[in-house]
Design a protein around this ligand. Sequence first.
Ligand SMILES: *Cc1c(COP(=O)(O)O)cnc(C)c1O
Length: 359
Amino acid sequence: MSRPSRVVIDKNALRHNFKHVQTLAPGSKIMAIIKADAYGHGLIRVARTLADAAAFGVACLSEARQLRSASITTPVVLLEGPHKATDLSDILQLQLEIAIHNEFQLGILEQARIAAPLQVWLKIDTGMHRLGFPAQQTLSVLERITHCKNIKQPVRLMTHLAVANEPAHPLTLQQLDTLKQACDGLEVEKTIANSAAIINFPETHDAWVRPGLMLYGVSPLIDKQADELGLKPAMTLESELISIQQLNQGEPVGYGAAWRCPEAMPVGVVAAGYGDGFPRHARSGTPVLVNGVRCALIGHASMDMLTIDLRNQPQAKIGDRVVLWGESLPVEEIARYADTIPYELLCGVHKRLAFIERG
Ligand SMILES: *Cc1c(COP(=O)(O)O)cnc(C)c1O
């Protein structure tokens, strides 16, 4: 028998979320962010489904190479840019666009001998302090870029916001102000907004927006659920009950014997665990849907299995469907129970699972 655990990807949901970004940012081109295997949804699958994107953003060369090998011709932006001088020949051959975020990379480009100039996204650090040239160097760097024959003119500007998911945090307005001062009067295309900014800060939409999480139907905001934001989850992680135990009051369940039945009760065993990407830190009480009804996780997930309290579904039987997140059970909620963020759970689904497409 094949393992019943699987990931269902709803392509209609991906298309719906993409259209929603278009509605929110009607004047902007969309760079769909599909790094980390499209947040676990499948790089090529998502790129083919979101063929209307003006560009795709990826983290590294191997992701870009996979896209080109699948005959995807949409512009692809390497968000971290080249890591070493020898990357440039691959970048040229794969026809990629690149972020340039530090002196090292600019030096590589100035020294290189390449056959054609590259499209560059100059990344400015406006306060996140991860990647980017210091904002006050923007004009001097642009000046050097105009003299660099390996860079196609005009370049585009990019910055990244650190706290766009918290609308009241003062840093976002500071970052926007810093960017404005850095490129005052410049006629260049800019991109600022990730998912949270697309929703919270319309003034950041600019020429391009860079949605990631929201394309997958997941809320980037702590205080708003995806459905309130008009988003539909694209990934459902599901499995089945493979065993049911009728236990007595006080009997322990699972490793460590830490959880004990508060009364005589049915306990279900589900064929999914941390070896599939379900977080081992998820606490007892983490919601799990059995036949669409909320039940609760018992103890910690083990590698291939997890146990659930079936008192809300006493008639459940072996083979019944179990949803661990996705449809009717937001991954955001599971992330809270596991002290993590939905991004990590989505990226962490294991490739041993069967992937099934709908829509
Ligand atoms: C990952 C990433 C995004 C997308 O962020 P979300 O919060 O998933 O929308 C946008 N821009 C850059 C540079 C990124 O690395």
